[in-house]
Write a protein that binds this ligand. Structure first.
Ligand code: HSO
Ligand code: ZN
Length: 437
């Protein structure tokens, strides 16, 4: 039996139990923080030599120089050409769909003439510029996802980022050919086989060999997350993502096996992943529960799935679909499936979710790979205030101000008055010089 929690929104303790289920704080481990601070300082001071030492210590990878830790372009191309045809085609199809979705996100520069009374001839605007250089962190080992290489690199490329530097740890030298092929496909400029806090430090501060970047994106373990948090300010970072989450709202008319497998799909990522079902039909919930039991033994990753379902999963009976939507908004899940009749009509009721999958055929797994939208999404309720990774994360906005002579007098009087009010007379005089001219 899978000990997945059962909740009912009609129970008196429902709110408390839901809160307990959602409580997830990426704990800041003292030990990790100290280790990471030391590594960052050391790489900042000693550059390549420190990165080489840590890579040997943590990944068991011997290198006489940083050059030995860089994968040449030729090897990336070979990885791409060496892929089985089906994988190559799938990767290309996914990349092209993700590209075409993200092209629609590009921000455009704009400007307007301010021709109000006394300000004629003034132009105001916003100029959009891509970041010069971005670092992409790709985790090593089992959490190394080629799809994440596409999801992080493509929006950067679409934004027009000048240079993309990827880091990927290869413990004991083991490289993932699909990851390298994805890097080649999206045109990553340089790839280093380094990881952990030392790789984040190298990207943030630069070393003799690794050029310093302006922003670091991509998922990583607790050390990488801590390092990203610490270098924030020196460089930009994307977000510090928590474990994957899926919330399915079902009306009780979808094949229960589909819903069970959708719950498994995120559960198989991580023992702390969260899979939730909201449904008004108690009998249907039992059918899903039975499907979970029957299908689990067939899953190669059943241990991770079981742990996730038992740790943070739940089957939740609700009064009706309206209530389900209210609870979904409270949860603000990373992924929300509306497995409903006339699903599109319910989208209006959802304000907080990273991505909404509309209708019974829109399985969340399609969004992970190839639907088009980004799979880097806000987790742990942060969809209340943040958005999927996108092209706009790789573009900056610069304000443009061109004041006409006439407007300098009109605006000068307003500015000078406020400046004297703030006790900043140099500001006031600077504005007044133009009035007096
Ligand atoms: N669901 C994950 C992304 C992913 N799934 C990659 C499969 N591969 C992020 O929420
Ligand atoms: Zn996934």
């Amino acid at each position: 039996m899978i000990a997945i929690k059962r909740l009912n929104s009609a129970d008196a303790d429902f709110a408390t139990r839901l809160d307990a289920l959602l409580a997830f704080e990426a704990t800041q481990d003292e030990g990790i923080e100290r280790t990471v601070a030391d590594i960052l300082a050391d790489v900042r001071a000693r550059g390549d030599a420190a990165v080489i030492e840590y890579t040997q210590r943590f990944d068991g990878l011997q290198a006489s120089s940083m050059t030995a830790l860089e994968i040449p372009q030729k090897a990336l191309q070979e990885a791409l050409h060496g892929l089985p045809v089906a994988q190559r085609q799938a990767l290309e199809a996914a990349a092209s769909r993700v590209r075409s979705y993200h092209q629609r996100q590009t921000l455009q520069s704009w400007q307007y003439e301010d021709d109000g009374a006394g300000t004629r001839g003034t132009m105001l605007g916003q100029k959009i510029t891509p970041l010069d250089r971005v670092g992409l962190y790709v985790p090593g080992g089992k959490a190394s996802y080629p799809s994440s290489v596409l999801m992080n690199a493509i929006p950067a490329r679409v934004a027009g980022v000048g240079e993309l530097i990827m880091v990927v740890p290869t413990p004991a030298g083991e490289q993932n050919p699909l990851v390298l092929a994805a890097a080649a496909l999206v045109g990553v400029d340089r790839v280093f086989t380094i990881g952990g806090a030392q790789a984040v430090a190298a990207l943030a501060y630069g070393t003799q060999t690794v050029p310093p970047v302006d922003k670091i994106v991509g998922p990583g373990n607790a050390y990488v997350a801590a390092a990203k948090r610490r270098v924030f300010g020196v460089v930009g970072i994307d977000m510090v993502a928590g474990p994957s989450e899926i919330l399915v709202i079902c009306d009780g008319h979808t094949d229960p096996d589909w819903v069970a497998m959708d719950l498994f799909s995120q559960a198989e990522h991580d023992e702390l992943a969260q899979s939730l079902l909201l449904c008004p039909d108690a009998a249907y919930i039992e059918r899903v529960a039975a499907a979970l039991e029957r299908l689990l033994p067939t899953m190669p990753r059943r241990q991770v799935i079981r742990a996730a379902l038992e740790n943070r999963g739940a089957l939740i009976e609700v009064r009706d679909l309206d209530e389900a939507c209210r609870i979904a908004n409270r949860i603000a899940p990373e992924h929300l499936e509306l497995s409903l009749e006339d699903a599109e009509a319910w989208v209006a009721k959802i304000d907080h979710a990273g991505a909404i999958f509309i209708g019974r055929y829109s399985s969340e797994s399609l969004g992970d790979y190839c639907a088009g939208p980004n799979h880097v999404l806000p987790t742990s309720g942060s969809a209340r205030f943040s958005s999927p990774l996108g092209v706009y994360d790789f573009q900056k906005r610069t304000s443009l101000i061109r004041v006409s002579q006439a407007a300098s007098k009109t605006l000068g009087r307003i500015a000078a008055t406020l400046a004297y009010g703030e006790g900043l007379p140099a500001h006031a005089r600077s504005a007044e010089y133009r009035i007096e001219s």
